[in-house]
Write a protein that binds this ligand. Structure first.
Ligand SMILES: [Zn+2]
Length: 160
C-alpha cells in the first residue's frame, strides 16, 4: 500500500500539491478509458508490453484474474511495470489505478489482448469485441499533411 501511495504522489494529477485530493469511491474498472484516444491506446499497448516483458502476464488466459492479480507479489510487479512505463512516458494519462485495470483485463484476456497491427506489425492493444485484423492509430489515421500527425485522434471514428 505504501508503494501505491508513493506512486500516486509521484504521478498524481497534481504532484506539487502535498495535500492531494484523494479520489473517493470505487477504483476505475472500465476499459473504455483506453479507447478514448489513439494516444491512450498506444500508451496502453506500451504498458501492456512492459507487463508482458516482466512476465506479469501469464502465458495462458486466467479465469480468476482478480484473485490472481491481487496478490502482493503481482501487485508489486505491476507497480514496477508502472514505474518503468512512467519513466518513459511521464505525461501519459494512464494512472496507477488504470494500470491495474489494464493488467487485470490482459490477464483475463476476454475483452482486450496484446496483438500486432496488421499493416505495420507494431504492438497494439486489441479490442476483442471488434473484428480481428486491427491496425494501430498511425495506420488508421495516416497524416493528412505529411508534416502533421495527430496520434490523439478519437478512436470512436475508426472505420470498422
Ligand atoms: Zn500500424
Amino acid at each position: 500500500m505504501y508503494r501505491i501511495r508513493t506512486l500516486y504522489r509521484a504521478y498524481g494529477n497534481d504532484p506539487g500539491n502535498s495535500g492531494l485530493l484523494r479520489p473517493r469511491g470505487r477504483p476505475p474498472n472500465q476499459l473504455h478509458f483506453f479507447w478514448r484516444s489513439a494516444q491512450v491506446a498506444d500508451d496502453a499497448a506500451i504498458l501492456g508490453g512492459i507487463a508482458r516483458a516482466l512476465n506479469i502476464l501469464p502465458a495462458q488466459v486466467v479465469n480468476d484474474a482478480e484473485h490472481s492479480l491481487y496478490t502482493l507479489h503481482r501487485g508489486e510487479r505491476v507497480c514496477t511495470a508502472y514505474e518503468l512505463f512512467r519513466a518513459h512516458l511521464p505525461s501519459s494519462e494512464i494512472s496507477i489505478d488504470y494500470a491495474f485495470v489494464l493488467v487485470s483485463a490482459l490477464i483475463r484476456g476476454d475483452e482486450v489482448q496484446l496483438g500486432y497491427c496488421v499493416a505495420c506489425d507494431s504492438l497494439i492493444l486489441v479490442d476483442r469485441l471488434k473484428p480481428p485484423q486491427q491496425t494501430c492509430a498511425s495506420c488508421s489515421y495516416p497524416p493528412q499533411n505529411s508534416s502533421v500527425h495527430s496520434p490523439s485522434a478519437p478512436l470512436c471514428e475508426r472505420p470498422v
